[in-house]
Design a protein around this ligand. Structure first.
Ligand code: C5P
Length: 222
């Protein structure tokens, strides 16, 4: 039976977290950012000096990370072995390492367990790559949110420039395309549109239009 949770999956830079945060506020739901959990694990592996391709090393180290989530004024915070690593989650090296270590089964099963625990307590809006397909198969609404790689690169580029960083839009696009390829072609829980997920292509939509579209779908679904 379907529950009242919302699953949002899609490629890097599709705007999942921006949209999910707004919907969470409107519906007074908890927003669970699962990418942040893979990023938190990545910070732990980086602190051990592990290489992202070192499967044996990463799988052996996995059990040593105690990952938990707390909410401060509604904002998700990631705690790893007692340390709040939230300020470092968005670093580029962390995103890359997250995509590398998300390939391995032990890393995924550990985090999927945490994700399901959070969703067991209360309806949530959760975003990631495998939420509709694996983590919350009974979500009342599943959305696959995407946009063209060019548009996603333009948005990420604008964000970086606004933060005062220097970058090259071609490089940004290549990084996004590489990450998508890795996420879609891995053996364990690859990024895919769940059978019963609704496709929303935001290439030509504003954030407000995407939010309204999903709220509308939710009202009809649950
Ligand atoms: O969404 P975000 O960019 O924060 O995710 C970082 C990486 O974590 C993704 O590229 C993906 O490899 C991995 N991830 C995943 N499953 C999820 C969420 C994120 O494999 N549910």
């Amino acid at each position: 039976t379907k529950n009242r949770s919302i699953a949002i999956d899609g490629p890097a830079g599709a705007g999942k977290s921006t949209i999910a945060k707004e919907i969470a506020a409107k519906l007074d739901m908890i927003y669970v950012d699962t990418g942040a959990m893979y990023r938190a694990m990545a910070i732990y592996f980086l602190s051990l000096g592990l290489d992202g391709k070192d499967e044996a090393g990463i799988c052996a180290a996995c059990g040593g990370a105690d990952v938990s989530v707390i909410y401060e004024n509604g904002a998700q915070q990631l705690i790893v072995n007692g340390e709040n690593v939230t300020p470092r989650l968005r670093e580029e090296v962390v995103g890359q390492m997250a995509s590398n270590c998300a390939v391995y089964g032990p890393v995924r099963s550990k985090l999927v367990e945490l994700q399901r625990e959070l969703a067991d307590r209360t309806p949530v809006i959760m975003d990631g790559r495998d939420i509709g397909s694996v983590v919350l198969p009974n979500a009342g609404l599943k959305v696959y949110l995407t946009a063209s790689v060019e548009e996603r690169a333009r948005r990420r580029y604008k964000e970086l420039i606004e933060k005062g960083e220097t970058c090259d839009i071609i490089e940004v696009e290549k990084t996004i395309a590489d990450r998508d390829y890795q996420d879609m072609h891995r053996e364990n829980s690859p990024l895919c549109q769940a059978e019963d997920a609704v496709l929303v292509d935001s290439s030509n939509m504003t954030a407000a239009q995407v939010v309204d579209t999903i709220l509308d779908l939710y009202r009809k679904a649950v």
